[in-house]
Design a protein around this ligand. Structure first.
Ligand code: PLP
Length: 408
């Protein structure tokens, strides 16, 4: 059957492009176009704190805001240690190094993620091994991962080995897509059974909760991102979270050129990285963290309004968090009832023509040229999600009334 591009009507699917756009526009209360996917908001003490770093001259790798940012992050995420980094990819890289991932290891990760997860694994000389997604969480499907390991792996002398490639499977890196928590208890169980370290890519999910606890505290180490499009931004930045004082110390050392503390001597005791977050960025981050609760409330209110508006839309709905989780709804996710890449792209074209800058999900990692020969499970559930997902405009401002308070 053929698309009728003029009317926006499509095949047997009752999805209607115009009606769906009308539902989205009923939620977006601003007149100006374009409406971006996610815009940061600086209405707190951002200018005050950033100005202070400039006035004092402490804009770079030393200064009080880095320590303060790390302290506040640890408190918010309910972990004892946070180490700030210059971006989320660097945070992931040191998470993997701290977990002992090295050359020729394999690391399990979702095929459905931003490319940074796979890149960071490659920086270690390791090889990504792609897992399928659970349509209920958009994260790694723990049951399917266990089945995959049963048919491909064995634990020999305490180490998990891929029987096909002969490589050690050193870690698994779940990612909480668009802020929706992955099923961490089930994954932790699989990881423990197979002697695999658990590392969280929590880049998108600051402020989300899994069974009452902030995400980012379930792995041996976890990575956050504060890129300009994340729920809280430092311009560019990231952080590692951990419960382990030794790992925290090692990560701080690794990210600060591995220099031994000394008044004047330059003594570096290993190949280190300059992955520090500058003080000027940390200052911005401190002010942004003061507003995290407001941002989460605004995004949850916005998601609730989209969910309500989609009650009258046929052929699509808005993804909702499980009852035992609280997503930060970083990006509100519309899902076509059935995978249909052509319809998805037609809808995206129509949205962009109206100045609604919606987006599809990332191309599956297993199809990118540099990763297409990596080992992987069957990823049919992920590929089905690829044909269904469209992210809707999700800036915190859209969930706030004129007073800046969340409006449902
Ligand atoms: C944003 C993001 C990162 C890393 O972010 P940076 O842009 O390097 O700060 C890593 N993983 C995921 C899933 C992300 O969305």
């Amino acid at each position: 059957m053929l698309l009728n591009r003029d009317s926006g009507q499509l095949r047997s699917n009752s999805f209607d492009v115009e009606r769906t756009i009308a539902a989205i526009e009923s939620v977006i209360a601003v007149e100006t176009r374009p409406v971006s996917l996610h815009e940061p908001q600086f209405r707190g003490k951002e200018w005050e704190y950033v100005k202070e770093t400039i006035d004092s001259g402490w804009v770079s790798s030393a200064g009080k805001y880095v320590d303060e940012f790390e302290r506040r992050l640890a408190e918010i995420c309910d972990v004892p240690y946070a180490v700030a980094t210059m971006n989320g990819t660097a945070a992931l890289h040191v998470c993997l190094m701290a977990a002992g991932v090295g050359a020729n290891d394999e690391v399990l990760m979702p095929a459905l993620t931003f490319v940074a997860t796979a890149n960071a694994i490659s920086y270690c000389g390791a090889v990504p091994n792609f897992c399928d997604s659970d349509p209920e969480t958009l994260g790694i499907d723990p049951g399917k991962l266990d089945e995959y390991l049963k048919s491909n792996a064995e634990v020999v002398q305490g180490q998990c080995r891929n029987r096909t490639t002969g490589r050690r499977i050193a870690a698994v890196v779940p990612m909480h897509a668009f802020g929706h928590p992955t099923d961490m208890d089930a994954l932790a169980e699989v990881a423990a059974r197979w002697n695999i370290n658990l590392i969280e890519d929590a880049a998108e999910s600051l402020g989300s909760r899994y069974k009452g606890h902030p995400v980012g505290q379930h792995g041996m180490v976890s990575a956050l991102s504060f890129n300009g499009n994340k729920i809280v931004t430092t311009g560019g930045g990231g952080a590692v979270l951990t419960h382990d004082p030794e790992l925290a110390r090692a990560i701080k050392h690794l990210t600060t050129t591995s220099k031994q503390p000394h008044k004047w001597a330059f003594l570096h005791d290993q190949v280190g990285y300059n992955y520090r977050l500058p003080n000027i960025n940390a200052a911005l981050g401190c002010a942004q963290l003061e507003r995290l609760d407001e941002f989460v409330a605004a995004k949850r209110a916005l998601a609730a309004r989209y969910i309500a508006a989609f009650q009258d839309v046929d052929g699509a709905s808005v993804f909702q968090d499980r009852s035992d989780c609280e997503s930060n709804y970083w990006l509100v996710t519309m899902m076509l009832d059935r995978p249909d890449p052509a319809l998805r792209d037609q809808f995206l074209e129509a949205c962009h023509a109206r100045g609604l800058l919606c987006r599809p999900v990332w191309t599956g990692m297993h199809r990118l040229p540099m990763f297409q020969n990596c080992p992987r499970d069957d990823v049919s559930q992920m590929e089905a999600l690829e044909g269904r997902i469209i992210n809707l405009p999700s800036s915190p401002i859209l969930g706030m009334g004129p007073s800046g308070m969340a409006v449902s």
